[in-house]
Design a protein around this ligand. Structure first.
Ligand SMILES: C[S@@+](CC[C@H](N)C(=O)[O-])C[C@H]1O[C@@H](n2cnc3c(N)ncnc32)[C@H](O)[C@@H]1O
Length: 150
């Protein structure tokens, strides 16, 4: 009977190589991240049709800003702020169009392990980043509680 599977010897070699490779943390993370990204893109395709893809988040943010009604301005809401890279990016470039900016974070880092990131990764020792703008409002604490306090 013909077997459509890969030849058993090839399959054994492939799985051995794979098992050796995933023992190394950076390689395992690379595969995990690639899988997550591919799964996310597939989900976006399924949900929204053919979405535009960008190689980095800064390019995506520039595109997002192009969709803003410059006369009306907008309110920014950020879930997970960490050290404020994204907040700074938007305020430095587009502050005049921002009506208010709401950053939600516990500032103690991740509450549970995620991929290669340990509990507490991205911690800012419980403090919001020093970003000097009257438009910024920090909501410090677990999002599960701070969001329902609104
Ligand atoms: C990857 S960082 C955010 C990076 C940030 N947006 C940037 O672009 O620089 C994830 C953040 O989510 C926060 N976080 C994760 N789970 C949270 C929760 N349940 N409540 C509040 N903050 C949480 C962590 O404290 C961490 O600062």
């Amino acid at each position: 009977m013909k077997n459509a599977n890969t030849h058993p010897i090839i399959a054994a070699i492939q799985s051995r190589i794979f098992l050796i490779l995933i023992k190394f943390n950076p390689i395992r993370t690379y595969f995990l991240m690639s899988g997550l990204i591919i799964r996310h893109i597939a989900l976006m395709n399924y949900t929204f049709g053919n979405p535009n893809l960008y190689l980095n988040r800064e390019t995506l943010w520039k595109k997002m800003f192009q969709t803003v009604d410059k006369k009306k301005g907008f309110r920014g809401v950020e879930f997970g702020v960490a050290w404020g890279y994204l907040t700074n990016y938007w305020l430095n470039r587009y502050e005049e169009h921002i009506e208010s900016w709401h950053g939600y974070d516990r500032f103690l880092g991740l509450p549970s392990e995620f991929m290669s990131h340990k509990v507490g990764a991205f911690s800012n020792l419980g403090h919001p980043p020093k970003i000097d703008s009257p438009k910024v409002c920090w909501h410090v604490g677990d999002i599960e509680s701070t969001l329902v306090q609104q």
